[in-house]
Structures are given as C-alpha cells and as structure tokens.
Design a protein around this ligand. Structure first.
Ligand code: FAD
Length: 518
C-alpha cells in the first residue's frame, strides 16, 4: 500500500470507528486496521450455534448518545432498533418480578422515598453526564478551552444548590451499599439498583467508589435520551456495521483481518505501523483503539518509554469480571413472576445487596461464585430472526467471574456453568431441559474472542485512580501519549467503555485541535 495516510487507527472497535469517522469528516485521510475479520470489537453479532446468533459481548444499548446516531446518520446506514425503552425487572423466585420504573409492593416508607431518591440521583447523574462529555484538561489548565470547560463544570455544580452540592460531596466516595441502605429498605429493590453500580467493574456493593460507578451508569442513560435501554435489530454487530458503512461513505478505508504488530517511529515520533506480514504503512499520526498495555508495551515497546511510564502502564488495572452466557433454546422459558412485557426487557437476578456481595467475594481470591448475579435478555422476543423459527436465544451477563480461573480452569468452568444453571432453574424451572446449545465466555475468552483488553468492560478499571484526569494514566491526558504522533481512542481513555463512542469522538477532537494535527 503506497498511499500515505493522515491517520492510521488501530482496531475497528466502535470507538476506533467513531474516531476515524470524525477525522474523515474533518477532511483527513484515514485507514483503520482491524485484527479480526469483522468490525465492532466487543460490539458484534456472533453465530454461536447453527441458526443461532447473539450480540457476542455487549448486548443492550444503554448509553449510546442520540447525537452520535444523528451526527453519523447511522439510521441511513442501516441501524434499526428492535426494541426501545426496555423495562428492567428484578426477578424473585417466589413472587412477581419487581419493575424498577414503578416498583409495587414496597412498604410505605420506601414507596414515598423511592421517586425523590431516584430524582436526586438522576440529578447527580446529569452532572456526571456533563463530565463524560468533557475531555479531561491538563492539570495546568493552560488552554482557554480547558479553563472554560472546567468553569462550566464548576458552575453546573454550583447551580445544583448548596444542599445538593453538599450531598454529592458526602456520597461521592461512598459505597452503594451504605447509600442504598440509608435511603431504602426493600432488599430486592436495593439488590437490583446495586447491580447496576457493580456491572462491568470489579466491585461488590460494599466497595468504595460504587456510588461513582452507579452515577456513571445513570449518566450514560441520560445520554441515551428517549431510546432508553434498547436492542439493535440483528444484534449489536448491526450497530457496528452501520458505523463501518458510515466510515466508508466518508472515505475511511477499513481493512479487516490485519493485525498491527508494531508501531513504527522515526525521529522519536510515531510514523506508521508494521503488520504481521511485515508490510509497513506510513501515516502522520497513529491512533490506537485497543488496550493501553497492548498499545504501549507490545505494539510500541517499553524501550520507547521512560521507566516511570512503563511502571505506570504495568500497574494499569484491566481484568474483567463479567462472563457472557449464550443459550440456544428449543422454546421460550417461563420465568417466575415475569409477564410478557418483562420478558421482552432486561431481567436481573440480584435479589439483595448481600447476595451481590457474596457473588463478588470469591472473585477476590480468583474463585468462581456459588450463586452468580445475572443480567438476562431474551433477544429473540424482539428479533425472532436470531434463531430458527419457534426457538429462542438467551443472552446473560454473569457477575463475578475472574480473569484467571485458578489452577484447574476446566473444572472451574464446569462448576461455574453448574452454578449458573442452578440459579437459572431457581427462577425459570425447566429451563435446563430447553437448552440445545450453550456457550460460556469468561473474561479471558472475551479478550481472546473479541480483542477487548483484559476482557474488561472498560478496557481497564473505572475507579477514582483511573477516572477523568487520571484516565488512562495521570499525566497522559488529552488522548495523546508521551510519544509525539501516537494517540489513544479506546475505552481505556476517558470516559471509559459501554457502547457510546465518546472516547473515540473526544480523541478525534483532541487530535484536530492539537498544534501537530495532520
Ligand atoms: C461481557 C461484556 C458485556 C458487555 N455488555 C455491554 C452492554 O450490554 N452494553 C454496553 O453498552 N456495553 C457493554 N459492554 C462494554 C462494551 O462492550 C465495551 O466497553 C466497548 O465495546 C469497548 O469498545 P472499544 O471500541 O473501546 O474497544 P474494543 O471493542 O475492545 O475494540 C478494540 C478493537 O481493536 C482490535 N485490535 C486489538 N489489537 C489490535 C491489533 N494489534 N491490530 C489491529 N486491531 C487490533 C480488536 O480486535 C478490537 O476490534 C460489555 C462488555 C463486556 C466485557
């Protein structure tokens, strides 16, 4: 390939594609190189058994900004939603499922407290939503744009009023267990709310920082606007394909099945990439949408970095705790207490905060949970084309499954499946007999199958020490690495993961605003 590109993007995950598209919309000549033979990274559709397909990793949109759909014209490139504003229900083995948007059967105090409490948390979520939309500034705040962004943030905080501000400062660093316990009594309701605070992270409800991760989830929901929780027709891959088509229409070249082996440098500056077959491609800048360690230690090489950076990169935490279960079912399962509307939505098995904490505890010792917590969707109810006629797919997120499965991984995997089925049978008696096909992907399988760093939801822990100005590393802001010409745009950067494309779009903006922009 003789053409010289303005930018090479490594990885066609949805953030890499979003970054490439924004660069191309600004007139840059962009090449995207993807190791796998399909675009999307962890947002793909996967055929897991003959006739059965499923959203392979990410399965529900909960944080996709409407602005991204509109700016990129994704609908005109084929994006269709099979379901929008999907409800969430907390399952109970012996009673009706609890609808989180309008829970019934609460005691009088909870019934009175729930809506105002939700509203207050959503108000805080709006502030975090603003933070997600803001690129982290340099600590020195030397640029006017950064000063304005920080001033706007401070103003928003101030406009919340004194008592809300004080409350946010009080609860911001707390754990979600204590926060929910202070405000509500109903165990299944608290279990379900705490589930969202822990989803995708490496935390149980008692871990510090889980109020922040809950607010992060609420912030994402606000970005999604009226679509709320939604399911993509054809699986999550149809979303990534639409993004890929929008890229191509804008002149981006996407080449799949080509793994980058090295980032090339000349005169202490990134100048291109070398592929696994030895081919070298030049570009003014290189933007990596893959994980931090892979980019800096494997593709660039520690020799190009100072020792302090190497140490900090090595300490970047990125070990996922969410496994994915895919079942091909001969018929629709019946879940106790869940009506037809609930089955079309999102079902949670996290009946109390103690249950969730107990599901989390073994992961600290690299052990599997006895009774895992689950998020379940039956995508074929909204999109029958994913399975043969009359049959169904069940897609479940399983918390908390360690990256390393201990000294006997095969035995641990078998025991994990047994534990998951015991939990499922408890809520959907007879489900086991409907199973025709079963696939379980643990975090290390997810890393191998989808290229998602560490099999981690966010390509790296989302915690105070790896958030906003500290993400991915302190002193490594604005998506620019210490090596001139090398940028990052994946979920390892602010504001982290979930299918929302913000990291990719912020990176593109930072590149275009930089003095060394191609
Ligand atoms: C089990 C699980 C369930 C999830 N469910 C949801 C959900 O329901 N909803 C939601 O919003 N989010 C969900 N997420 C999170 C979401 O999937 C991720 O945050 C998001 O997909 C990350 O996108 P990305 O583009 O930043 O990175 P990635 O998707 O990781 O993309 C990186 C790309 O780089 C490629 N690559 C890596 N190395 C190279 C190389 N050397 N050369 C070329 N290409 C390379 C990879 O193959 C990959 O395609 C889930 C995550 C997990 C783990």
């Amino acid at each position: 390939m003789n053409t010289r590109f303005d930018a090479i993007v490594i990885g066609a995950g949805h953030n890499g594609l979003a970054c490439a598209l924004d660069l191309a919309r600004a007139g840059r000549k962009v090449l995207v190189l993807e190791a796998r033979d399909q675009v999307g990274g962890a947002a793909v559709t996967r055929s897991f058994a003959p006739g059965f397909s499923v959203s392979g990793c990410a399965h529900l949109l909960h944080a996709l900004p409407q602005s991204m759909v509109q700016d990129f014209g994704l609908q005109s490139h084929g994006l269709l939603l099979a379901a929008q504003a999907m409800p969430t229900h907390a399952l109970r083995p012996d009673g009706p499922a609890l609808a989180l948007h309008a829970p019934s059967g609460l005691n009088a105090a909870d019934a009175q407290a729930y809506t105002p409490f939700q509203k207050r948390m959503q108000g805080f979520g709006a502030l975090v939503a603003h933070l997600l939309k803001t690129s982290p500034p340099q600590l020195s705040l030397t640029r006017w744009g950064e000063r304005w962004a920080m001033l706007r943030l401070a103003l928003r905080l101030r406009l919340m009023g004194k008592s809300a501000m004080r409350e946010l400062l009080r609860i911001g660093g707390m754990n979600v267990y204590d926060l929910l316990d202070d405000n509500l009594a109903d165990a299944p309701l608290k279990g379900a709310l705490a589930f969202d605070a822990c989803l995708g992270g490496e935390y149980g409800p008692r871990s510090p920082g889980t109020v922040l991760t809950w607010l992060y989830r609420l912030a994402g929901q606000q970005g999604a606007g009226n679509s709320g929780l939604s399911q993509v027709l054809g699986g999550m891959g149809a979303f990534s394909d639409a993004l890929g088509l929008a890229c191509t229409a804008q002149g981006v070249q996407i080449r799949t099945g080509l793994a980058v082996q090295n980032i090339l440098t000349r005169d202490d500056k990134a100048c291109g990439v070398r592929l696994a077959d030895g081919q070298e491609i030049e570009a003014a800048i290189v933007v990596s949408g893959t994980g931090l360690k892979h980019t800096l230690l494997e593709l660039l090489g520690a020799a190009q970095l100072d020792t302090g950076t190497v140490r900090r990169v090595r300490h970047f935490r990125a070990r996922g705790l969410v496994a994915k279960l895919h079942l091909g079912l001969s018929a629709l399962p019946a879940f106790t207490g869940a009506d037809a509307a609930a089955l079309r939505g999102r079902l949670l098995i996290s009946p109390s905060m103690d249950y969730l904490e107990q599901a989390f505890n073994p992961s600290k010792y690299r052990e599997i949970p006895e009774r895992p917590a689950l998020e379940i969707s039956i995508p074929t109810l909204n999109d029958p084309g994913l399975a043969p006629e009359g049959k169904h797919v069940l897609s479940a997120l399983v918390q908390f499954v360690p990256y390393e499965l201990g000294p006997h991984p095969q035995a641990a995997r078998a025991k994990l499946l047994q534990n998951i089925f015991a939990v499922l049978e408890n809520h959907a008696p007879g489900l086991g007999a409907l199973v025709e096909h079963c696939e379980l992907l643990t975090p290390s399988d997810i890393e191998r199958e989808f290229g998602l760093a560490g099999g981690h939801w966010h390509q790296g822990a989302l915690s105070f020490d790896q958030f906003f100005i500290n993400r991915p590393l302190p002193l490594y802001q604005q998506y620019q690495s210490q090596l001139p010409g090398l940028w990052m745009c994946g979920a390892a950067c602010h504001p982290g993961g979930s299918v929302m494309g913000l990291a990719g779009r912020h990176a593109a903006r930072a590149i275009l605003e930089s003095r060394s922009a191609p």
